[in-house]
Structures are given as structure tokens and as C-alpha cells.
Design a protein around this ligand. Structure first.
Ligand SMILES: NC(=O)c1ccc[n+]([C@@H]2O[C@H](COP(=O)([O-])OP(=O)(O)OC[C@H]3O[C@@H](n4cnc5c(N)ncnc54)[C@H](O)[C@@H]3O)[C@@H](O)[C@H]2O)c1
Length: 359
């Protein structure tokens, strides 16, 4: 089974190929001819899929570079390791980087591609649900700084996104569920019907039903594509994709990445719904609706009280989305009606965080 989408941007377009069982590079054969290829992966994903991927590039000079696994490796050292490998093999702008892994490998590989010789081509081959429905699409690339999540980065679009949904069969359940956190985010933004779809298909999703997963991935990529096409560099509507993320990034940083990205976003969405209700923008039952679906996929809905709300607030202030010292948060008027709220006060944010903490 295969589906193909295209993402059209002012500087060109690229395909998102979603296949249920293979990495399909067939339409790129002539484009790849004569190019060197560097596949970037990590120590968990490489043993599973690197050989299968490299076989597709039998006519090319192929190299690989492995980085450490996990958010603690989304650092300048991993990025430099890729640049060193490119330098050693004398890659130039006409060669190609290929990511093979989850959102972390995708983000770092993209940033290496953005920065090597001021920009070289890269292809995203995402292997987690989260990276297939979100991180690999749209050209946001980057690494973390010790002071905060994704603080260093660039917008750099890939040449293609090649999704092989079969890879989800080896993904640990906790990681799979973290990806569902981002799917629920799309429902919150402006897809109320998608909330019902997720509720109605939860058993099939958990059983990794091939057709349902293909529908899920295709729908999410389509939704993200539409937003990115309207606002590639996040000057407006793309900010809605940050629902749950300002809280979430602070939670990731303060917990030293104890919470996975999708889990921190889940908590962040609950906080955003709580804050929206406190400020009178939506009914309190929106928080309950979100919590029910998040819990169905074993995602956290209460933050461990070992973390201090004040410190989370401080971290939120260093977020990229703060403008002139004013918080810019994505809040909800209803399920599927997210909007950008400016000027929310510290005390209001603190109250929302505290009401989403374990006692
Ligand atoms: N650029 C964007 O627009 C964007 C959007 C959302 C999230 N992100 C970023 O994505 C990152 C999170 O990505 P993630 O959730 O994919 O985490 P991840 O990259 O850490 O992958 C999760 C875990 O699963 C392993 N893994 C990956 N594929 C596997 C497979 N098929 N089988 C078995 N194990 C596999 C990984 O090695 C890792 O241990 C965060 O850093 C976040 O900031 C970026």
C-alpha cells in the first residue's frame, strides 16, 4: 500500500511517500546518480534498518555516521560528528545526507544539512510515529542547548520524506504512544472530527492495523503540509502547531528529558486546556476530553510534583515564542479551535501548571 503527498513551497516542492512495507526511493534513482550518500542513524535504529536502506543505494558511494540515542544526544557534539564525517569523506553541496531514525536523528541530520557548506540536500527517512507524522515534515531542523530545547537550528526543507510504516512494528509501545500525543495535538488545533476518529480507531491503532496506520500517517502529514504551505517560517498560522509545546519544552528541560517529547506535549496540552478554561476561553470539559484520549494511549496527564511550577515558568520565558517579554501561548476555544493568546499573566500560567501537578 502506498500514498504520496506533495508539499509545495515558494522555493520548490517535495514528495512525502508513505509506504506500508518498504523504503521507496525508486523515483529518486536519476536524481541520486553519481552522488555520495551519508546515512545518519543511531545505535538503536541502525541494526534494524541500515542494511535494508543501504542496499537501495548500490550504485552510489555510501557512508554512514551513527550518533548516540536519545534527547541527551541532540547536541552540538552529535551535529559536529556528522560534519566531521562529511569533511572526512569530502562531501560537497551536490551530495546527499539521509536521516534514518526518529525525530532526533531527523532534526540533527537536517541541521547538519542546513549548515554544511551553507546548505546541502537531505532526505528524511523517519522511523517513529512521531517523526512520520510531524518531525520529518516542514523543514524545522535543530539541536538543543543546555539552557533549552531546540534553541539552535534552521529552516531547511528536505528533498523528500520517505516513510516506511513497517518500521513502527519494532517501535517500543511507549514511543509509539508518544507519537499519538502529536496526533492528538492536530485534533486540538482545528480537527475536532479527528478527535472522534482517534477515539473510534484506538483499538485498531494499538494493534498497528496497516490500513488504519496508513490513514493516520497520511492524514497527519496532509494536515501539517497544509499549515506549512501557508506559513513556512512560522510568521503566523504555523505557530498553532506549538499547541502544548511551550509548556512541553519547559517540562522536557526541567525533567532532564525524563518525559519523552510526545509525553511532555501531552502534559502541555492539558495545561493549555486548563489555562484556557481558567481564562474563560473554553469549557472545563475540554481538558477532560483531552485527558480521556491521552490516557487511552497511556500518556501522562499530571506532572510529577517534584518539579517546581516557578521553574517551569522561568524556562517558558526563554522559549523562542516569547516576544518582547510577552508570552505567546496556543490556547483553546474548543476542541479543534486553537488560537494564539498574547499577554497571559505569569500568575495565570502558574495556576494552570499547579492544577496539573500530582498532589
Ligand atoms: N522538526 C520538527 O518539526 C519536530 C516536530 C516534532 C518533534 N520534533 C523533535 O523530535 C524529537 C522526538 O522524536 P521521537 O519521538 O521520534 O524520538 P527519538 O528520535 O528519540 O526516537 C524514539 C526512540 O525510538 C528509537 N527508534 C526509532 N525508530 C525506531 C524503530 N523503528 N524501532 C525501534 N526503535 C526505534 C530511537 O532510537 C529512540 O530510542 C524531539 O527532539 C522533538 O523536538 C521535531
Amino acid at each position: 500500500m502506498q500514498k504520496q503527498l506533495n508539499i509545495a513551497l515558494p522555493n520548490g516542492q517535495y514528495p512525502i511517500i508513505i509506504d506500508s512495507e518498504k523504503f521507496d526511493f525508486s523515483e529518486f534513482k536519476s536524481w541520486l546518480a553519481g552522488k555520495k550518500i551519508m546515512v545518519v542513524s543511531n545505535e538503536v535504529v541502525a541494526p534494524l534498518y541500515l542494511d535494508e536502506l543501504i542496499q537501495l543505494f548500490a550504485d552510489n558511494q555510501v557512508y554512514h555516521c551513527l550518533i548516540g540515542d536519545g534527547e541527551i544526544h541532540k547536541t552540538k557534539n552529535s551535529w559536529l560528528k556528522i560534519l566531521d564525517a562529511l569533511a572526512e569523506q569530502q562531501f560537497n553541496r551536490s551530495d546527499v545526507l539521509v536521516s534514518l531514525g526518529g525525530g532526533i536523528v531527523c532534526d540533527i541530520t537536517g541541521f547538519a544539512a542546513a549548515s554544511w557548506m551553507r546548505g546541502m540536500a537531505f532526505v528524511q527517512v523517519p522511523t517513529t510515529l512521531l517523526s512520520q507524522i510531524d518531525a520529518s515534515v516542514g523543514g524545522k531542523t535543530g539541536i538543543n542547548h543546555p539552557k533549552g530545547k531546540n534553541m539552535i537550528g534552521a529552516f531547511h526543507q528536505p528533498q523528500a520524506v520517505i516513510i516506511n510504516a513497517k518500521t513502527l512494528r519494532t517501535l517500543p509501545t511507549r514511543e509509539f504512544n508518544a507519537g499519538i500525543g502529536e496526533a492528538i495535538k492536530y485534533a486540538g488545533i482545528n480537527q475536532a472530527w479527528f478527535y472522534d476518529w482517534l477515539v473510534n480507531h484506538q483499538q485498531a491503532i494499538k494493534q498497528l492495523d496497516e490500513a488504519v496506520l496508513m490513514e493516520l500517517i497520511t492524514h497527519c502529514c496532509q494536515f501539517k503540509t497544509k499549515i506549512v504551505e501557508q506559513d513556512e517560517k512560522e510568521q503566523g498560522i504555523r505557530a498553532l502547531l506549538n499547541l502544548g509545546h511551550t509548556f512541553g519544552h519547559a517540562i522536557e528541560t526541567i525533567s532532564d528529558y525524563h518525559y519523552l517529547h510526545g509525553e511532555a506535549v501531552a502534559l502541555g496540552m492539558v495545561m493549555a486546556a486548563e489555562l484556557s478554561a481558567q481564562l474563560g476561553f473554553c469549557e472545563p470539559d475540554i481538558r477532560k476530553m483531552l485527558e480521556n484520549l491521552l490516557q487511552a494511549f497511556e500518556l501522562p496527564i499530571m506532572l510529577d510534583n517534584q518539579y517546581a511550577a516557578e521553574e517551569i515558568l522561568t524556562l517558558m520565558k526563554s522559549d523562542k515564542k516569547v516576544i518582547n517579554d510577552q508570552h505567546r501561548l496556543i490556547l483553546l476555544k474548543d476542541m479543534g479551535q486553537a488560537f494564539i493568546a498574547e499577554g497571559v499573566k505569569d500568575a495565570e500560567i502558574l495556576e494552570a501548571i499547579n492544577s496539573c501537578m500530582t498532589q
